[in-house]
Design a protein around this ligand. Structure first.
Ligand SMILES: [Fe+2]
Length: 495
């Protein structure tokens, strides 16, 4: 429209050279194009202006979210509700939905004057939501673990937890208190991390050698089980995987003169006798840690139909520090450190034969607490993980941090390593003849790569499973919960 307003030179009464005509024509066209461009720009300016304004508004909204609501009630001691009560239902529960929703998490954070320090330390509170005929009932009970009972009797913390060191009995004299530092620390059976199943029975699990079997109808503990009585492990994760027939797979560490090993455990699905627990459990594969006295900390592992995937990450447990924690007056958590000078390594085990595959898969350092999914395709294992590039989040989850308000909480919030979903592809059949420097992944749908290096190692680069820009966005739920995933989701619901 504006282009029609351009005044073109009048050529009716003068004779111009051909070159001049061409030049004037060119200028005329140029003017038309320029004016056209300007007209488009004018229209787009208003659009751009609106976009910038909306971006400003978006940032303004985001910065408002930085004024985080206090989450202290989620990490505060609550009363148990042992008698069944009707739950307040919002929305509609289908009539056909019938069963229990079970959750466990920390629900008591002090005994007498003693207070726990870390989110993971609180006493296990069992939650039961029962759904039947469109109604929901609720009850909760504190797990009557030996730890809970001992703390209650003494009205102080007598058994150490992940982030809290139990101090010597103040009633002892100075000499007795000094000597008690050299006693082997009692291991907690405060199994507050997850419900797990073995042979159809329900157990509460943490990451020590103890589990507590529970009756899910009454929420009462029925038996305490010690992994060490069945197999040579010092504990097991709270996140086993299951085959369709009920066979359970888990992983646990063992420490000895040989150094430390990561062990793959298999528990059969059926009971020979009614009263048995994890009888028949076997270690089917032992993986030597890269450093004998400094194995990696891990919270879970991956599994496909045929394989176990273990991720040896540079979140190291210094066993010397752990063993001497009582003498040094430090908690177990003090022995864990993020060491990004090391890469993260994937180990793949054939879960049917127990054979560790020879492939040496590495990636840049990251930490993962929970897997999202794992499967096999075209000769590869594909594994999706919640990944953090900064592995110091365990330090941040001190209760004193989580109970902050205002700017203090904002600072804590911003210091938590963000967690993102990422996909890795591990080609299973790598041979000496495979070319170096080429991506060995045949998967056209994934940009994750696996490149063979000169030293035979496979360097794995991930594919982001999230939209671009997610790094710059965020909200309270995602940042707090994704780093630890479902585990924290269950742990936080203590009210
Ligand atoms: Fe977990």
């Amino acid at each position: 429209m504006m282009a029609s307003q351009v005044v073109k030179p009048d050529t009716r009464n003068c004779k111009r050279p051909r070159e001049l005509e061409i030049f004037l024509h060119f200028v005329s066209n140029l003017s038309t194009i320029a004016v056209g461009f300007l007209s488009v720009m004018v229209r787009w300016i208003s659009v751009l202006k609106k976009y910038v304004e909306s971006t400003r508004q978006k940032k303004a909204i985001f910065s408002k979210q930085e004024r985080l609501p206090c989450i202290a009630p989620l990490v505060t001691t609550v009363e148990e509700t042992p008698q069944i009560v009707s739950a307040c239902v919002r929305g509609h529960f289908p009539q056909w939905l019938r069963g229990y929703l079970l959750r466990v998490g920390p629900g008591k954070f002090e005994f007498g004057k003693d207070k726990y320090n870390h989110w993971f330390d609180g006493m296990a509170l069992l939650h039961q939501f029962r759904m039947e005929k469109g109604t929901v009932t609720y009850r909760s009970k504190f797990l009557q673990s030996d730890t809970y009972k001992a703390n209650s009797v003494h009205d102080r913390i007598v058994i150490s937890e992940f982030g809290t060191l139990a101090v010597p009995d103040p009633c002892k004299n100075v000499f007795e208190r000094f000597l008690s530092k050299f006693e082997l620390p009692a291991i907690t059976d405060n199994t507050n991390v997850n419900y797990v199943q073995y042979k159809g029975d329900y157990y509460l699990s943490t990451e020590t050698n103890f589990m507590n079997k529970v009756d899910i109808k009454t929420l009462e503990k029925t038996e305490k089980v010690d992994w060490r009585k069945f197999i040579a492990v010092n504990g097991a994760t709270a996140h086993p995987h299951y085959d369709a027939d009920g066979t359970a797979y888990n992983m646990g560490n063992s420490y000895g003169s040989h150094g430390s090993c990561y062990n793959v455990i298999r528990v059969p699905p059926e009971k020979v006798d009614l009263g048995e627990t994890i009888h028949g459990a076997q270690v089917i594969c032992s993986i030597a840690s890269a450093e004998g006295m400094r194995p990696s900390y891990y919270h879970s592992f991956g599994m496909t139909r045929k394989y176990i995937i273990f991720i040896e990450q540079p979140l190291k447990m210094n066993l010397w520090k752990v063993v001497t924690s009582k003498i040094r007056g430090k908690s177990f958590a003090d022995g864990i450190s993020w060491e990004p000078q090391y890469n993260t390594r994937f180990h793949v085990v054939d879960k049917h034969t127990g054979q560790l595959l020879p492939g040496m898969y590495y990636s840049k350092p990251f930490v993962t607490f929970h897997q999202i999914n794992a499967f096999e395709d075209q000769g590869c294992v594909v594994i999706d993980l919640c990944c953090q590039d900064d592995g110091r989040s365990l330090e941040v989850y001190q209760l004193q941090n989580l109970r902050k308000v205002g700017e203090g909480l904002d600072q804590v919030y911003n210091s938590v390593g963000r967690s993102f979903p990422r996909r890795f592809v591990l080609p299973l059949h790598v041979s000496l003849n495979d070319p170096e420097g080429q991506n060995l992944s045949p998967l056209s749908y994934s940009s994750a790569s696996a490149v063979k290096q000169a030293d035979g190692k496979i360097w794995c680069s991930y594919e982001n499973l999230h939209p671009e820009g997610l790094e710059d966005e965020g909200d309270l739920e995602r940042r707090w919960l994704l780093p630890l995933g479902t585990c924290v989701c269950s742990c936080t619901r203590n009210q």
